[in-house]
Design a protein around this ligand. Structure first.
Ligand SMILES: Cc1ncc(COP(=O)(O)O)c(C=O)c1O
Length: 346
């Protein structure tokens, strides 16, 4: 029997799901402790959090849809724009490598996924995406920085793709944008067919709370709103998110840790002779070749959990390592060095 969700790797350092390795702001826990019995016994009401998010992202409150993690936002976007529109011959465009919920949501609404293979070194395949657009294209999933490669899509390319597919919704997934790169948000007023996805799971360390946001002009956002369940974000998560937004020092401090961790991981890969890709996100992808199962298992035996990416044909021989607090990165580097060096001396 299959059990819901990802297996729990147990004790140790979780560097496999791109979480915040330092935990959330302590102010979040204080806010959770202040949640009242009546906050729990009543259905949540969102205007305060929507207003705080609108201020934070610099958009009108009508442009904001809170979701149960960005995962839910991705599925709701597909439901709202494909299933609800009864677009039965719909295609979605998915540049590879891609985050699983894009093909999964495409399948859930009965659409056909047009997968666009990667270019050497994972430079974004803009021309191939443009060539894949047809009158049947209803959604295009663009992820910047990309999970798992950490590569950015230039803003000019995002604009070109959005302009070339006015019949489609372009979902720009910025789950990791706080760690590097430029947000597309200032371009949104000129882009009526674009939705930007953001999450509180990564930089803010609220993955367990499940809060994401879909942002867009009302004509493109409202079909998504129409299929989203009315109480999809719970009262505790709401209190947590408000407190996370108020702690303005938390994010730059953590982003600096991530930047330093990435630099240390690059250095370690260089000295171990491992291929890697410089990343704008809180993880890096590293090629260890045929040794993936051995490396992943040997690291897990040292209670360091990294992600095996080798089963995806577009990332052969690769693992993905979360870059979080520098102390955690140092532990991962120590383990990686002993596993890789130990393998060579055998
Ligand atoms: C590219 C990308 N988008 C969206 C998400 C979803 O984040 P959440 O549902 O936790 O908000 C993730 C999480 O791993 C991700 O990697």
């Amino acid at each position: 029997m299959r059990i819901q969700g990802y297996p729990d790797p147990g004790e140790g350092l979780r560097l496999h799901l791109n979480e915040n390795t330092g935990g959330c702001s302590p102010r979040v826990l204080d806010a959770i402790k202040r949640v009242r019995t009546t906050d729990v016994s009543t259905y949540p009401s969102y205007p305060t959090l929507v207003a705080a998010c609108a201020r934070h992202f610099g958009v009108d409150p009508e442009w904001i849809l809170l979701t149960n993690g960005l995962d839910e936002g991705i599925l709701m976007a597909a439901l709202g724009h494909i299933a609800r529109a009864r677009a039965f011959d719909a295609e979605t465009i998915i540049p590879l490598p891609a985050f699983d919920p894009y093909p999964n949501s495409t399948a859930a609404v009965g659409a056909k996924a047009i997968r666009v293979p990667p270019l050497p070194n994972y430079v974004f395949q803009t021309e191939a995406v443009l060539e894949a657009i047809t009158p049947r294209t209803r959604m295009i999933f663009l992820n910047t920085p990309n999970n798992p490669t950490g590569q950015l899509i230039p803003i000019a390319d995002l604009k070109r793709i959005a302009a070339a597919a006015p019949q489609a919704v372009v979902l720009i997934d910025e789950a990791y944008i706080e760690f590097g790169g430029e947000t597309f948000l200032p371009e949104l007023p000129q882009c009526p067919n674009v939705l930007v996805g953001r999450t509180f799971s990564k930089a803010y360390g609220l993955a367990g709370m499940r809060v994401g946001i879909v942002i867009g002009q009302p004509p493109v956002l409202d079909p998504v709103r129409a299929v989203t369940l009315p109480f999809n974000v719970n009262a505790v998560a709401m209190a947590a998110t408000l407190a996370a937004l108020e702690d303005v020092e938390f994010l730059p401090r953590y982003a600096a840790q991530v930047a330093e961790s990435r630099a240390r991981l690059y250095e370690a890969c260089r000295s171990l002779g491992l291929e890697f890709w410089e990343s704008a996100a809180n993880f890096i992808m590293v090629r260890v070749g045929d040794a993936v199962p051995l490396v992943v298992e040997a690291l897990a035996a040292r209670r360091i959990h990294v992600r095996d990416r080798s089963k995806d044909p577009t990332t052969p021989g690769c693992i993905r390592i979360t870059a979080g607090m520098t102390e955690h990165t140092d532990a991962a580097i120590d383990a990686l060095e002993s596993v890789v060096a130990g393998r060579r001396t055998r």
